[in-house]
Every structure is written in C-alpha cells, then in structure tokens.
Design a protein around this ligand. Structure first.
Ligand SMILES: Cc1ncc(COP(=O)(O)O)c(C=O)c1O
Length: 356
C-alpha cells in the first residue's frame, strides 16, 4: 500500500526536550502522524503528514456511541547500537484487529498496520529519546467518523498513529506503587467488551480512579463483576502475584486485556524456572496471604509501565503492606530481563525485537 508523504520543512520540526527527565507521559507529540480512512467498503489513501487537528462532524458516530479502539506500544532506543526497535509489534496489530471485530469496526489489515508503523517511526526516529527508562510511545487509534445520529455501526472510519516521547509512566519510577482495590464498581463483565482495547472501558474506570487518588494510590485493581471477589487486572496493567513461590496471574477469559507484556513475562518467568499459574486468585486469598507472609511479591505488567512492583493494597479501608514496601527479587529479575531485551542490553533469544 503506497503512503503519500508530506513532511514539515526542516526548520518547523521540533525535537525531544533537552532535559529528558522532564518528558512525563504522553504530553508532547512528534512532528508527523499516519492517517488512512475507510469509506465505501475499502481502506483509502494513506498519508504521513504533519501532526494536527482533524475536521470531524459533530454528529460523528464516535462522539455519540463510542465506536473507538486503540493500541499502546513503544519504540526503544537500543543501547548497544544506535538502532531503534519495536517490541512484538505484530501482537498489537493482531489485538487491534480483534478489538475492531468486537466493536464491529472495519479491521485494518495487519500488514498495513505494520508497514505504516515502520515508515512513520523511520521518519520520526530522532524523536526516540536516549535516557534510560525513556521510549517513544505509539498510539494507533481508530474512530467511527460517519455523520449520523442513528444508532448503528459506522460505514466510515479514520485510522491514525501518533507518537509521543515518554519518560516513566509512574512518577515513582521502578519503585513500589500503591493500588486501590475497588469493592463496588466493575470494569468489565463476561460477554462484554473487557478484552477489547476500546475507550469506553477506560471511561468506566475514571470514577474509581478519583477514589484511588484520594487515598494516595496510583491505580485501581478490578475484581470480577459477578461476585466482586476474583482479581482481574489493574488500570493499565495485568496483575501478577508471587504466592508460595508460584507466580500467579489471571487467565485470559474474556474480561481482561490480553497484555503483550503479560505474555512476555509469563514466557520469561517459565524460562527462568519459576512456576507460573494462570489462575484467578480471590482478594480474600491475597489479603490473607499477605497477612500470613505467604504472598511475597505483587507487580503489574504493561507496555506503559513495563513492570511496576506493588507495595501496598488498599481494600475496604484497610491497608496491606507487601514485602515491606520493597521491590522483590522476582519482580526485579523479570523487570531487568524484560527491559534488558527491549533496550538491546541483553540478547533477545525470542526474536521479540523488531529493528527499524
Ligand atoms: C486494561 C489494561 N490491561 C493490561 C494492559 C497491558 O497490556 P500490554 O502489555 O499489551 O500493554 C493494558 C495496557 O495497555 C491495559 O490498558
């Protein structure tokens, strides 16, 4: 698929701020974006063009019925060479296609997704920051653009990719975070859209996030919708626990996001000889195991934060301290291997890195 490229003149282009420690997360954007649109049953012209606003009808279906999906992935500056690499991008292309199917949108062919990504990153490669812990965050997005107030799926879509140089997701960096376990509201139900990466799943969590911030936590942990008992995942991460020397994470059963980091962590953990179980743990099992000392570590895994150790859970007005609020050995081991591979510091025996 041919991409029409129209670039900003050199003197109008920006760059990564000199002090990369000020990057934050998702606040600044690179010079260019990729766009393509779907109309009359086909994907149409593809462009790489200057980053800027879209013209959208106030009646665009996305604005009323939330027909929207997105992805989150990263490009890493390799520390051993000057190369830039993507981490398992084919997984995001596949998940975006699955999300499109669930939200009744026209899926973008995976090879077109990957080709667009390669070409855009190649043009914007100077925007991939250099400091340890920094990367270029990639946000492929698709929205329903048909102008119509009737409730039905759109016949027109805009797919675009924007890029943002980022620092660590949590201000804490690789230090334990506090997590608020939501006892009443739920994120996803069986048969719902929890497994799709669609905006509504995130809108539904904002109220509980206010509560989490109020009590000094950085994210919300979600329990299952029918019994409010089993731990599913955390705001933007899949959740792991180390209990009786076994690494646990919830299974992919329709309500949680099929995390690329989750799958990578499971592979690394198994290859390192840890016992791994994809099983639901109840919040009562977890809090009791924290109290008895059998639960030794907890951590979240996701693209934005990579691996985030959890040092405290807040559940029903009680606080549960995990591993004395210190990073545990399993979290540290997995974190170092994962980011070591992502930044090219250690060998990638899995072929996960795709060099651009
Ligand atoms: C709800 C949710 N769960 C899990 C994840 C982790 O997924 P991944 O590792 O693919 O980033 C994310 C991140 O996008 C998320 O938003």
């Amino acid at each position: 698929m041919e991409i029409k490229v129209s670039l900003l003149p050199e003197e109008k282009r920006g760059s990564v701020p000199e002090d990369e420690s000020q990057l934050g997360f998702g606040k600044i954007f690179t010079d260019h974006m990729y766009t393509t649109f779907f109309k009359d049953g086909n994907w149409r012209e593809s462009c790489i063009e200057p980053f800027g606003p879209f013209v959208l009808s106030p009646a665009a279906l996305v604005l009323h019925y939330g027909q929207e999906i997105f992805e989150g992935m990263k490009a890493f500056r390799q520390t051993t060479k000057k190369d830039v690499s993507l981490f398992r991008p084919e997984k995001n292309a596949e998940r975006m296609k699955d999300s499109a199917k669930r939200i009744s949108m026209a899926p973008l062919p995976e090879d077109q997704f990957l080709d667009a990504l390669h070409k855009l990153i190649n043009i914007e490669r100077k925007w991939v920051p250099h400091n340890p812990g920094t990367s270029l965050y990639i946000r492929p997005t698709m929205i329903a653009t048909e102008s119509l107030l009737g409730h039905r799926k759109s016949n027109e879509y805009l797919f675009y990719i924007i890029l943002s140089p980022v620092g660590p997701y949590f201000k804490e960096g690789f230090k334990p975070i506090k997590i608020y376990v939501e006892p009443k509201f739920v994120r996803a139900v069986k048969g719902g859209v929890g497994e799709a990466k669609t905006g509504g799943n995130y809108a539904a969590t904002l109220l509980a996030m206010d509560k989490a911030y109020e009590v000094g936590c950085s994210q919300v942990m979600w329990l299952d919708a029918s019994e409010h008992k089993y731990i599913e995942e955390v705001g933007t991460m899949n959740q792991f626990f180390v209990l009786d020397d076994v690494v646990y994470t919830a299974p992919i059963a329709g309500t949680i996001l099929k995390g690329v980091t989750r799958e990578s962590v499971i592979t690394l953990a198994k290859d390192k000889g840890y016992k791994v179980k994809e099983e639901f743990l109840s919040i009562d099992t977890v809090t009791e195991a924290i109290d008895s000392g059998n639960l030794t570590e907890a951590f979240g895994a996701g693209t934005a934060a990579s691996i985030a150790p959890v040092g405290e859970l807040h559940y029903k007005d009680k606080k549960y301290l995990i591993n004395n609020y210190e990073v545990g050995p399993v979290s540290k081991d997995l974190y170092e291997t994962l980011i070591g591979i992502q930044y090219g510091r250690i060998e990638d025996p899995y072929g996960w890195n795709v060099v651009i």
